[in-house]
Design a protein around this ligand. Sequence first.
Ligand code: SAH
Length: 356
Amino acid sequence: MKKSIFNYTLDKLGLFLEENGFKKYSAKQIFNWLYVKNVLDFEQMTNLSKDLKVFLSNNFIINHLNMLVSEESHDGTIKLLFMLDDKRTIETVLMSQKYGQSVCVTTQVGCKMACKFCASGLIKTERNLEIHEMVLQILTINNILREKYKDDPDNPRSRVSHIVVMGIGEPFDNFDNVWDFVNIVNNDHSFNIGARHITISTCGVVPKIIEFANLNSQVNLAISLHAPNNEIRNKLMPINKAYPIEKLFEAVKYYINKTNRRITFEYILIEDINDSEENARELAKLIKGINGYVNLIPYNEVEENPFKRSTKISQFFSVLRKLNVNAILRKEFGNDINAACGQLRAKREGIIKNEI
Ligand code: SAH
C-alpha cells in the first residue's frame, strides 16, 4: 500500500530517495513544495524530474484529513473535528494567542492513562496517531489561516507559530511518531516552527522523560502534576502508581540537568481535592530549587465525573507567590465551543450521525 508522504522526516525521505537511485537533496525540494508552497500534487512540482515524479506517485499518496466540523469561538479559538480513514475522529484546537497562533495537537485516538478528571479517557477506542495524522492537523490549520489572511499574507498570524502537544492522548505513549512529527514541523524546509515554540506535555511517563532528556533538544517539556503528594496524585492519576512523585522528580531533575531548560508544571485546581492552602505550601516545597514554573489551570468540569472547579484559585495562587514560586494562571480559550483544555472529545456519536 502507498504510504502518506507526510509520514516522512526530511532525513527519512532523503534516504528513501537515495536507496532508489534518486538524489537525496530532492527531499528538500519536495518538502518545500508540500509545506512552504502548499503544492499538494506531485505533477505540479516543476523542478523535479519526470522519473522522480512517477516514482513519487507510485510510492506515496498526498492525503488530507476529512474535516467534519469547524467551530469558531468568540475569542478566535477554532476547534476542528476530523475523521480518519478508519472512521475514528480526533480534535484539534487553534488558539489565537498574543504571541502567535498556537495549535493544540492530538496524538492518540482516546487515551489509556485514565486520569480521573479527564474527558479523553471516556473515548473507548484507542490507537496511536500516525505521523501524517499529526502533520496534517498543522497543515490543515495553516491552510485555514492562509485563507483567513489572504489579503495580508505577510502577517505573522497567517500561519501556525506555536504547537502544544496537549490534545487528546499521551504523547509519550506514542513517542516515536510524536518525535518524527516534531522533526517534520520544526524543519526549516518545512513549517519551520522553532523547537522553543513547541511544548510536549506528559502525565509523567518516567522512562520517556529520560529518553526525551537524552535527545537534548530545545523542545519544551510540561508535566501534568496536579497534586503535591502521592496520596492525592494516586487518586487522580493512575500513572502515579507506576511512577510516583519521587521517581517523577528524579526524572525531572535529570531532564533539567541534561538540557538546562526550564520545565512547566501543570496544576489543575479542583474544588476540595488539591486546592487548599496546605496543598499550595506542599507544592511550593516539592518544586523548591527546581528550574520550573507552575501553570495553574482552572478545572473544566466534565459531565461524567464529580469534580468541580476550585473556588479558591486566587488564594492558591497568592500562597505560591508568597513562597516565591513562579506561577501563572492559564488563560482559558474556547470555553463556549467546548475547546477548553481537557474538554477535547467529540460529543461524537451525535456529531457524526448528524453530519454524514
Ligand atoms: N497526556 C498529556 C497531554 C494531554 S492532556 C498530559 O497528561 O499532559 C493536556 C492537559 O489537560 C493535561 O495537563 C491534563 O491533565 C489537562 N486536563 C485534562 N482534563 C482537564 C480538565 N477537565 N480541565 C482542565 N485541564 C484538564
